[in-house]
Design a protein around this ligand. Structure first.
Ligand SMILES: Nc1nc2c(c(=O)[nH]1)N[C@H]1C(S)=C(S)[C@@H](COP(=O)(O)O)O[C@H]1N2
Ligand SMILES: [Mo]
Length: 440
């Protein structure tokens, strides 16, 4: 079964429990920061002080354990508008969706993962009537700014269902391990996005002959607190930017985009690492060079240009930018760990997607990949949307089974059964998803 490295905490845990139990050294919380810092370096006498009473067996208390009475005083750590997500980090907020909560054809807002590199703007600081999107850059002919109302007025709106998946989804399986959020399988979702085409806006502003890339900027703040330090500014080649599905979106599933997912405006580049889909969008630059904003270079969202052995130190100049995401699938029903009756067939459901391509076939296996059965696969709602699939399996005898799913893209490339190409930061793990089923 899948191993998860740091102990994942769910929303029902308090922030302080999360911190104290976490092995993720770079996680520290905005919530109860003061208390948590005290508790990290706590002595028995200061715990006694905090509790306001003696701890008779205090000398027996394991080091680093927080008295539960203190934990209970903390408010629960929840992300407004989200439900059932697994918190990986609470500063910045990073939370993934358990596979069985991705069963909807269109991912509901409450189940869409959150991947923040910095601190989002506060809801109370966002005024949609004054929000500006600036288009400029050396390869833009007529730099200018638009209000959201102007975008809506001047350009036609489109709605597409688009996959966003973090490039680091699946990172937890890397060995040697890769630093960063230890995503298992749930840094993925496929909501319906409404907005204007980036192509229409860029053409209106004039794209110079020498334009090769675009880059985005957003209104989030750097963790360091430094005022003008950009958190992340990534982009895509001009060809991807001008695709008809690449949107400047203000709506998700017919409602305002949730704050954590980029309210009031975000870029959506479906099928590419979601790090190219800039949230809290306030500027797009048209570049005559490969965009060089923070997290475009070095080891961020880049993989070795040529395959390397696990653990290899790769020189920066041998790293290449990730473009389209690889083919992948999930079993979204049933939930892993169920017990199933031997006498009945089991219905299996899931999703499959393939970056810029479509999914041609999905197979399931109940014998650890020795034999595979073709699943029923639906067409996507539109290009760059995921595809639903279903299968029925019958078990011959009682016992422990795993259901594996494997998708094949429209170019004939399959998901690998186990971790593909190790890379320093743990990107692009598209290994088959497995669920456990006990048959009795
Ligand atoms: N402004 C801004 N945009 C951003 C990010 C960010 O931290 N700041 N994170 C990126 C990354 S790495 C991912 S995976 C997606 C996550 O989108 P979501 O939080 O809506 O799921 O947003 C991308 N856009
Ligand atoms: Mo990401």
């Amino acid at each position: 079964m899948k191993k998860s490295r740091p102990p994942y905490k769910t929303l029902s845990y308090t922030a302080s429990e999360y911190e104290l139990n976490s092995q993720n050294s770079d996680s520290n919380s905005t919530i109860d920061q003061g208390r948590r810092n005290i508790l990290k370096s706590v002595s028995l006498s200061s715990m006694t002080t905090l509790l306001g009473m003696a701890i008779p067996f205090g000398y027996l208390m394991p080091k680093g354990l927080m008295p539960i009475a203190l934990a209970e005083q903390n408010k629960q750590f929840t992300i407004p508008g989200k439900s059932g997500l697994t918190i990986l980090n609470d500063r910045p907020i990073n939370a993934e969706t358990p596979a069985h909560l991705l069963d909807d054809d269109i991912t509901p807002a409450k189940h869409l993962f959150v991947r923040n590199n910095g601190i989002p703007p506060k809801l109370s600081d966002i005024d949609t009537s004054t929000w500006q999107l600036t288009i400029d850059g050396e390869a833009c002919e007529r730099p200018q700014s638009f209000s959201i109302a102007q975008l809506k007025q001047q350009f036609k709106s489109y709605t597409y269902q688009l996959v966003i998946e973090c490039g680091g989804n699946g990172r937890s399986e890397f060995s040697p391990p890769a630093k960063g959020n230890q995503w298992t399988v749930g840094a993925i979702g496929c909501p319906r996005w409404t907005g204007v085409r980036l192509a229409d806006v860029l053409k209106h502003c004039g794209v110079k002959e020498d334009a090769i890339y675009i880059g985005y900027y957003g209104a989030d703040k750097h963790l360091s607190g430094e005022k003008n330090k950009v958190v992340i500014s990534r982009g895509v080649p001009i060809g991807k930017a001008l695709e008809k599905e690449t949107l400047i979106a203000w709506e998700m599933n017919g409602e305002a985009i949730p704050l954590q997912n980029g309210y009031p405006l975000r870029l959506v580049c479906g099928g590419w690492p979601a790090s190219t889909s800039g949230k809290w969008l306030n500027k797009i630059v048209v570049r005559n060079t490969i965009h060089d904003g923070p997290k475009m270079g070095g080891y961020s969202y880049r993989v070795p240009c040529k395959p390397v052995a696990p653990g290899t130190k790769v020189a920066e100049q041998d790293m290449c930018i990730i473009e389209s995401m690889p083919v992948k699938s999930l079993v979204t029903f049933p939930k892993s760990g169920i017990t199933h009756n031997l006498n009945k067939p089991l219905d299996i459901r899931g999703k499959a997607w393939a970056g810029d391509l479509s999914v041609a076939k999905v197979f399931t296996s109940i014998d650890f990949g020795v034999t595979w059965q073709l699943a029923k696969l639906k067409a996507p709602a539109n290009r760059l949307a995921w595809q639903s699939w279903q299968a029925e399996v019958t078990f011959q005898q009682a016992g422990y089974y795993e259901v594996w799913a494997r998708a094949v893209d429209s170019n004939g490339k399959s998901q690998p059964m186990i971790l593909p190409g190790w890379n320093p930061r743990g990107y692009l793990n598209n290994a088959c998803h497995r669920i456990a089923v006990a048959v009795s």
